[in-house]
Every structure is written in structure tokens, then in C-alpha cells.
Design a protein around this ligand. Structure first.
Ligand SMILES: [Cu+2]
Length: 171
């Protein structure tokens, strides 16, 4: 099964989800992964989709490779898929792209709640761009709706106050 990627090689990972977990799609555009942070559970599957250039999806802190996974993400290998293994609950798994290792990065939170939900663009800071993203969703907002910080079903003044209270660098 796809968890064998823990050996470090993207062998024949099936295109279907194992174990009925949730599939989380991540798009590569330019030198970034979008979203660059995903919140998953054990048994979920993460799929990275290539769009341009030559990249990899490699586990580890930026430029420091670990053996968990290492997938090419290129025109010839436009889809990388990894099943979140059992036993990783409570872990934050960083990853990066080998050719652009210092700045093309992402993180996988396994069973770890989002420490900074008001950071809608995952920049590490709650700032004007998050405010613009919230205003863009102002009003009724069907789930999943990241800007609906109080989970009320609409984006409004309470959400704005929650965002302002979290203004600045994320914990
Ligand atoms: Cu890259």
C-alpha cells in the first residue's frame, strides 16, 4: 500500500483512497504548494498536483531530507500521493521541494488543531491579506468556509473581531 512510501520511494501508489480516509488536494503553482498547510488525520490521503516546472515533494524541514517520503512532481509525474500512516497522530510533518528547498515548503498537521485559524492564507501572520480574504467571503458562507471563524454559517462582525484579536504573528 501507499504507506510503503515511508521507505522513501513513490512506488505504485494506487489512485484510490485506502481505508476510507479523506483526500486532501494540494496544487503546485510556480514555487509554491497551495494550500501549503493541510490538516489531516491518520488514514487520510494527500495528493499533490503538478502544474508547471520541475519539483519534488520531499519530507523534512527545508533542505533537510527525511526518509518519510520523496516524490517527483513533474510533467512526467504529475501526481504524488501519500497516505498518512497510523501512529502519526499529533505530529506536524514538514516538507519541501528539493530544487527550491529553502522557500518552496509545506506542512502536514496530523490530528493537530490549527494553531492560527485566522491566518487564512497560511502565511504565518494574520494581516491585511487575511482581512481581504475574509471580506471577500463576507455574508452567508457554506461549509467548508475558513473565514467563518466562529462556525456560525456566515462571515460577519464576530469573525472580524476574532481575526483582529489574533492580529500579528501566529503562535
Ligand atoms: Cu520546486
Amino acid at each position: 500500500m501507499c504507506v510503503a512510501a515511508a521507505a522513501g520511494v513513490a512506488l505504485a501508489c494506487p489512485a484510490v483512497t485506502l481505508g476510507g480516509g479523506v483526500v486532501h488536494d494540494v496544487q503546485q503553482f510556480g514555487f509554491g504548494f497551495f494550500p501549503n498547510t493541510v490538516f489531516v488525520e491518520e488514514g487520510d490521503t494527500i495528493r499533490w498536483h503538478w502544474n508547471d516546472g520541475v519539483h519534488t515533494v520531499t519530507s523534512g524541514e527545508p533542505c533537510v531530507q527525511t526518509p518519510l517520503f520523496n516524490f517527483p512532481l513533474t510533467a512526467a509525474a504529475p501526481l504524488a500521493e501519500w497516505a498518512v500512516p497510523d501512529g502519526s497522530h499529533g505530529v506536524i510533518i514538514p516538507y519541501f521541494c528539493l530544487p527550491h528547498c529553502s522557500f518552496m515548503t509545506g506542512r502536514i498537521f496530523v490530528g493537530v488543531p490549527n494553531p492560527c485559524p485566522a491566518d487564512l492564507d497560511f502565511s504565518g501572520v494574520v494581516d491585511v491579506s487575511d482581512l481581504m480574504a475574509m471580506l471577500d467571503r463576507w455574508g452567508r458562507c457554506a461549509a467548508p468556509c475558513a473565514a467563518d471563524l466562529d462556525a456560525s454559517g456566515e462571515v460577519g462582525m464576530i469573525d472580524l473581531l476574532v481575526m483582529l484579536a489574533a492580529w500579528g504573528r501566529c503562535p
